[in-house]
Design a protein around this ligand. Structure first.
Ligand code: AMP
Length: 191
């Protein structure tokens, strides 16, 4: 079973590039952000609690997203692999993912990291806000907090995965087609 992590700051293009990736490599896409937005739309208790944090640009507790990941793994035993999008986002989540996979005699196959500048993050999220209407894209203050959260809590994962020798950085600047070509080239080498 293949376990790919699509990594990068908010607005780097993870959602955009996940769709062609899962199609080409026959993977199951797990976006924790998307799963949380579904809980919010369904009006569940989990959704209500998550919304309060998401709308401030904060992360939801590790245990919540890890539960969603474990449930999705368990519910899909026969797929060729998974593409994790937006998870892990903290060192604790990365350690817990390793443990989850070790218990299945598996490990992370590769991390594909889309990199863009903070300036580009602001620009892209402002554009996305006009199209998708996400509450956490709504103001510069929330976007700045998400960028701060990324640098403080998520960026440290780069060093962890680099040390494991599974970190693959892709320049996320340029057209969608250009970036997609780089992403496919990277995954081709890992498959
Ligand atoms: P995304 O769609 O990946 O940008 O996620 C939207 C929001 O959902 C994030 O800003 C967080 O508030 C929350 N979220 C998504 N994935 C995670 C995660 N792995 N850990 C904690 N919070 C998450």
């Amino acid at each position: 079973m293949k376990y790919f992590i699509l990594f990068g700051p908010p607005g780097a293009g993870k959602g955009t590039h996940a769709a062609p990736l899962v199609k080409k490599y026959n993977l199951l896409h797990i976006s924790t952000g998307e799963l949380l937005r579904r809980e919010i739309a369904a009006g569940t208790e989990l959704g209500r609690q998550a919304a309060a944090l998401i709308e401030k640009g904060e992360l939801v507790p590790d245990v919540v997203v890890e539960g969603m990941i474990a449930n999705t793994f368990a519910a899909n035993p026969h797929v060729a692999g998974f593409l994790l999008d937006g998870f892990p986002r903290t060192v604790q989540q990365a350690m817990d993912l390793d443990e989850m996979l070790e218990s299945r005699d598996e490990s992370v196959t590769g991390v594909i990291s889309l990199m863009i500048s903070d300036e580009e993050i602001h620009k892209r999220i402002r554009g996305r806000a006009l199209v998708e209407g996400r509450a956490d894209d709504a103001s510069d203050e929330i976007i700045s907090n998400r960028i701060r959260t990324y640098h403080a809590k998520t960026e440290p994962l780069i060093e962890i995965y680099r040390e494991k020798g599974i970190y693959n950085e892709v320049d996320g600047m340029g057209s969608i087609e250009e970036v997609q070509g780089r992403v496919f080239d990277t995954v081709d080498k890992l498959i």
